[in-house]
Design a protein around this ligand. Structure first.
Ligand SMILES: *Cc1c(COP(=O)(O)O)cnc(C)c1O
Length: 455
């Protein structure tokens, strides 16, 4: 019998998140205050986040317990299934064994509820009744809107203008879950008004939407801010994905040679690979390859600078040491998928610097081609973001065909593409074009990096 799905029982769902900060060979660079450029303190972050999340952000405890009440919510969709992609393997005619852990089966359709529910839970516990956030393609806004409904927290979402116009169904989903969603730049904040004055048709960017959400948050006592990626506590919450996968790969009697994932802000992929990278750090699995895949049109890890930068466009957030395209980066509107943030999770950047992970960039037509092959073999219509890793995993499987090696490849599949059919339509009708971000534009975007004192 060919076993194509590996199920974990609900009682075997992991009860702890894994914190990589316990096992890093060198600690992360400090986060700096945007004004003083000195390391930030928990008090600096208190207007934005509940204390429990601030503690998680800097914790070096290896295992952090998932609260029971949150576990109950996780169990409305977890554990998710690990699949063996026999049909894709056959189509590629490869000896490689391809597995994928699929996070698209929950109510909102991506990995993001793993942290959205956690963030709502901790805010609710500390008496916060309202949360602001930004969303790009709308996945994060959807996940948070649903989580707000679960924990009775009001949600206000600033949605990047171009997506707001192009993806009305995401907005309607958010409103159905009870959230308010407005396009960014908006007239509701100074950051938004300033931009509209300069550029009335501005398509928006994640960085600018973050500025708006943070500005509204700090102007009100009853409101906190949430971020769907990048920060350490967000990556921490996602590690339940990799912890489940470890158990499931054991059921499949397999261990990955290569793990492939897409990196927008880095959260879904880190959630999968952090629980494995500890075997590489410990020396037990020195040859494990971890490949981060990003778009050529937003090449943060492959072409960005490793430097201190703001998380938002205006310069209100703390300074993070990360690979960045500059906080003024506005992604090209020709790009169809997600993964359009100027920065990247500091944990992933640090691991890249330490040589523990690799990064590659892919053009969008190739990623959709791989996504269509995946749909026609495995059946799943893949989100534009995980199409990037399906592409790289397929290429690695084809290399195995050349070399005759039966490598085990694990795909971190972050969600479905049911709200991205317009992008598939463009691809199928031949209208999608490739676009590499021009070097001059990257230089321009990097020109106004904040100056920080040498550490
Ligand atoms: C948001 C999103 C991403 C990118 O964000 P990360 O923080 O890098 O995970 C990738 N895939 C899907 C389906 C998403 O919704």
């Amino acid at each position: 019998m060919k076993r194509a799905m590996f199920f974990l029982d609900q009682k075997d769902m992991p009860t702890h998140w894994y914190n990589i900060q316990a096992d890093l060979p060198e600690p992360l660079p400090p986060v700096l205050h945007p004004g003083t450029k000195q390391p930030i303190t928990p008090d600096d972050l208190a207007p934005l986040f509940p204390m429990e999340l601030i503690k998680q952000e800097v914790s070096t405890e290896r295992w952090i317990e998932i609260p029971e009440e949150l576990q109950d919510v996780y169990r409305t969709w977890r554990p998710t299934v690990l699949h063996r992609a026999y049909r894709l393997e056959k189509a590629l005619d490869t000896p490689a064994k391809i597995f994928y852990k699929y996070e698209g089966t929950n109510q909102a359709g991506s990995h993001k509820p793993n942290t959205a529910t956690a963030q709502c839970y901790y805010n609710m516990k500390e008496g916060i009744k309202r949360l602001t956030t930004e969303t790009g393609a709308g996945q994060w806004g959807s996940a948070l809107a649903m989580s707000g409904a679960f924990f009775d927290v009001e949600i206000k979402v600033y949605m990047v203008r171009i997506s707001y116009d192009q993806k009305p169904y995401r907005r309607i989903a958010m409103e159905t879950w009870g959230a308010t969603c407005i396009p960014s730049p908006s007239t509701e904040t100074k950051a938004g008004r300033d931009m509209l004055e300069k550029w009335p048709d501005c398509p928006g960017s994640l960085g600018l939407a973050i500025s708006e959400a943070v500005e509204e948050c700090v102007s009100r006592d009853d409101t906190h801010y949430t971020l769907g990626s990048v920060l350490n506590h967000v990556l921490l919450h996602q590690t339940i994905i990799g912890e489940e996968t470890r158990k499931q790969m054991e059921m499949a009697d397999a261990y990955p040679d290569i793990i492939v994932g897409n990196t927008g802000g880095g959260s879904n992929y880190a959630g999968q690979f952090l629980p494995w990278i500890r075997d590489k750090i410990s020396g037990e699995k020195p040859d494990l390859r971890i490949i981060c895949v990003e778009p050529e049109s937003c090449p943060t890890l492959t072409r960005g600078l490793y430097a201190y930068d703001f998380g938002d466009a205006v310069g209100m957030t703390p300074l993070l040491k990360m690979h960045t395209l500059g906080h003024g980066f506005i992604p090209p509107p020709v790009h169809a998928g997600g993964l359009r943030y100027h920065g990247m999770a500091p944990i992933i950047c640090h691991l890249l610097e330490l040589g523990l992970v690799e990064a590659v960039a892919e053009h969008q037509t190739g990623t959709f081609e791989a996504g269509v092959k995946f749909a026609r073999t495995e059946g799943i219509i893949t989100g534009p973001e995980p199409c990037h890793n399906v592409k790289v995993a397929s290429d690695e499987a084809l290399k195995c065909k050349e070399s005759g090696e039966a490598k085990t490849i694990l795909i971190a599949h972050s969600g479905h593409g049911h709200f991205d059919l317009a992008a598939y339509d463009k691809y199928l009708s031949g209208e999608l074009v490739d676009y590499a971000f021009p070097e001059e534009d990257i230089k321009k975007a990097l020109a106004d990096l904040p100056k920080v004192p040498e550490a």
